[in-house]
Design a protein around this ligand. Structure first.
Ligand code: PLP
Ligand code: COI
Length: 342
């Protein structure tokens, strides 16, 4: 497969239009057979459910070129399942999980020239999404929906790649208790976090750490990634909360920590007051991979991790190397984690 002539290593996390995308429509109570299209534009009713009441959910996963030249995705079945649950929560007809996997396969295959080569530092980001497309004026779910997947080659989510970042504790709340923080809906993660993220950027921070909205004492997650810590005994500490997104990367990291690295994993509520006792901190997600945090700014008070601002902490680095080694195919993956695109 001839790859596109792109300087892969200079890519950042931005959108590039690629050749083919997948589209399926839901109408009269059923999904149509769906298929690929070259058309990157969507024409919608001015009153579409997504435009009026933000009825949309999405996913994010990646395709990689392995060392031996295969194109693979990492645990796409978990994205299919999470999107199914997100859709149910917003009263949308879920897209069948087996069809989700087949649609991912079709789009990646059709855009294989855009899958960055092994070792380039870039990956192909895959964005499945679904939205209410028919008119809605009283507050209600739409009758018709569209499911789509596009792909775009990306580089690191945070500028500087694996360099530690500085994040701030946000004054805004990300997700209410008993709200929608655990699903991947456009409305709660993204539209609602835009003012908070722009405020953080204007102040010179890379991201926001959100605390639990009810008590503002517990660590939740950031705008686009879960958080992990390493404690003074070298254990992995993972905040647990019903209002954070169940990150596939985080779930994979806890498995890797236990089964590949022999670390103890402590998944629990994490009080923000405990954070200064930790040695390392990282943000994890499909886009973020594992991005090290060097410093947290809590209203002017700086919490500096022992790992510093130059490089990842040693345990974060081991987790990163093992996880990406599995994704890129040079470390053997647990059964079922790697989905080959054929
Ligand atoms: N948390 C939020 C708010 C996210 O948007 C994402 C991105 O998908 C994640 C966590 C990480 O989840 P995953 O590892 O499944 O990509
Ligand atoms: C992802 O990691 O896939 C996300 O959806 C996060 C987003 C901030 C790009």
């Amino acid at each position: 497969m001839e790859k596109k002539d792109i300087d892969w290593s200079s890519l950042d996390f931005s959108y590039h239009v690629t050749e083919q995308r997948y589209v399926a429509n839901y109408k009269n109570g059923a999904w149509d057979e769906g298929g690929l299209t070259g058309d990157d534009k969507i024409v919608l009713s001015e009153d579409a459910g997504v435009l009026q009441y933000s009825q949309s959910v999405f996913e994010g996963l990646k395709a990689y070129t392995t060392e031996d030249g295969r194109t693979v995705c990492f645990r796409p079945d978990l994205n299919a399942h999470r999107m199914y649950e997100s859709a149910q929560y917003l009263e949308m007809p879920p897209f069948p999980e087996d069809r989700f996997l087949d649609a991912v396969r079709q789009v990646v295959k059709a855009n294989e020239a855009w899958v960055p080569p092994y070792g380039s530092g870039a990956t192909l980001y895959i964005r499945p999404y679904m939205f209410g497309s028919s008119p809605v004026i009283g507050v209600a779910p739409a009758d018709e929906y569209q499911f789509r997947i596009f792909v775009t080659p990306v580089g690191p989510y945070f500028k500087g790649g694996a360099k530690p970042i500085t994040v701030k504790v946000s004054d805004f709340d990300r997700a209410a208790p008993h709200g929608t923080g655990h699903i991947k809906a456009g409305l709660n993660y993204y539209a609602m976090s835009l003012h908070a993220i722009m405020t953080a950027h204007r102040e010179g921070f890379a991201e926001n750490i959100y605390l639990d909205a009810a008590t503002r004492t517990k660590v939740e997650e950031t705008g686009g990634a879960n958080i992990i810590f390493v404690d003074a005994d070298g254990n992995l500490v993972v905040p647990k909360s019903p209002s954070i997104l169940p990150s596939i990367t985080r779930r994979s990291i806890t498995y890797v920590a236990e089964h590949y690295l022999g670390l103890k994993v402590d998944e629990r509520e994490v009080l923000f007051s405990d954070v200064p006792n930790f040695k390392e901190c990282g943000l994890c997600g499909t886009a973020a991979v594992i991005s090290p945090v060097g410093k947290i700014n809590d209203h002017g008070r700086e919490i500096c991790f022992a790992s510093g601002m130059e490089k990842m902490g040693p345990i974060t680095q081991k987790l990163y190397d093992t996880l990406t080694g599995i994704q890129m195919g040079h470390i053997e993956a647990p059964e079922g984690w790697i989905y080959e695109i054929k």
